[in-house]
Design a protein around this ligand. Sequence first.
Ligand code: FAD
Ligand code: SIN
Length: 516
Amino acid sequence: MRKKVDFLIIGSGIAGLSYALKVADHGSVLVVSKSKAAETSTSYAQGGIAAVMYNPDTYEKHIQDTLIAGSYLNDEKIVRMTISESTDRIKELIEWGTNFDMQNGKYDLAREGGHSEKRVLHFQDKTGAEIQRALLEAVRQHPNIELLENQFTVDIITQHHLGVVVKRSTPDIQCYGAYILCPETGKVSTVLAKTTMICTGGAGNVYQTTTNPKIATGDGIAMVYRAKGAVDNMEFIQFHPTSLYNPKERPSFLITEALRGAGAILKDGNEKEFMQKYDKRKSLAPRDIVARAIDNEMKLSGSEYVYLDARRIPENEIMNHFPTIYAKCLSIGIDIRKDLIPVVPVAHYICGGIKTDEFGRSSIKNLYASGEVTSTGLHGANRLASNSLLEAVVFSHRASIDAIEKIKTIDFCDGIPDWNADGTVTNEEMILITQSRKELQSIMSNYVGIVRSELRLNRAMTRLEMLYKETEELYEKSIVTEPICELRNMIKVAYLITKFALKRKESIGLHYIIPN
Ligand code: FAD
Ligand code: SIN
């Protein structure tokens, strides 16, 4: 099947949908998601979205908090731009139908680690699900937007598919659309697009334990890297300090940082506070510090978790602000009003990704990217809590301005060939894929986790190279399927994380390296 659209958008989270709503009055729009449209990291976001709303908060305070959390490795121009546009983007989310909790006629702002003020807009403890609901409803009502679920994007199309040799040094690499697999029929469509927007989210599934839903396999980063586009900042993987310790559950259930913002305190197995040993901001220090402190406490005690004590939070606040966490914990026998919550750090967010400029433009012409898949310069060495949803709406907005302007000057590239499946056969041996996926997750968790060393990183690289070789050989001869594509993408992303980690010799932010 061949299809032509003005705006192709890969991903149906906050980045993809907010961009779709912006460009839809200017041409035909196709949004594809590899799962159900609402199965996104966006839907899982709990704490909320950071923005400057009222006194005593100021843009300058939010800017400084973002730079401090990022160890000043951020691009200050991008930080200033993103934060000074935060209030306008929040107004748009509200206009599109998003509800945020109010108190006494004002938005009820929560506090999270690293924030010097209360500035996190939220809807109870399910902010992301509320944003996803509102955006999806708006998208479904727009006549110019087609939404295709359960469609897996395999690769973006460039002049490489016209037989031109494309290298990383090739100037003017251009994107002409994407090859999209329907896993149900096994057919690959050629979607020609004037502009393509990648909003494929994160890559938490390259680790053994993660808060990320199963869609987060780094596909967008891998596709763009394969197409010789630029990626950056890949060593900075954020581990969320407090996921609920419940070993059989995947994804790991998050206990929002806003619970610590409301007064919950981290404690060791003897019910003693320990964060004062690591940082004067204690349980509300930025995530890199808290996750490392917990990791250290677990290593010292030999325990698989520490505790979060929420018992001093008033019951009405628990019920009004944190009903989902209350119900979830109760479902496994923990009453958070009376019991301590066992928590453990898990992979949560990738600060790096496709390198973009201030208009969401990647290094490839007519290819934009927004959301967790990007490296915009906002986060530096560590993302400040609740800045991710904000980054997505700001960059989708800015990319829409550029794409709407350019669309009039771009033509479709009709000479693109359809997908070539010659010489491939059905791969009956799923075990080869599932086992390699497990191996990959184990390598990354054990050697490229919260604490790294050159020895561990080199060990990871050697093993990843072997997995890469085996998987590429399998891919070349197999009929294309979602599991083999995901594995291939995960290996590419794991390789990039490790390669960037090996290049950075000093400890900074989320990259913490010890001597061998
Ligand atoms: P996503 O929302 O993840 O959407 C990705 C989309 O891409 C999906 O539709 C998926 O199907 C599609 N896709 C992926 N690969 C392909 C492919 N090959 N083909 C087709 N489609 C594809 N951030 C905050 O700012 N505040 C919070 O409170 C917060 N809480 C969080 C809690 C949890 C549990 C998690 C996991 C994350 C949280 N984050 C939070 C981070 C934030 O939710 C994400 O970074 C953000 O939602 C990412 O949005 P996105 O639009 O970039 O990607
Ligand atoms: C949380 O609610 O703790 C997650 C916030 C985030 O990832 O920004």
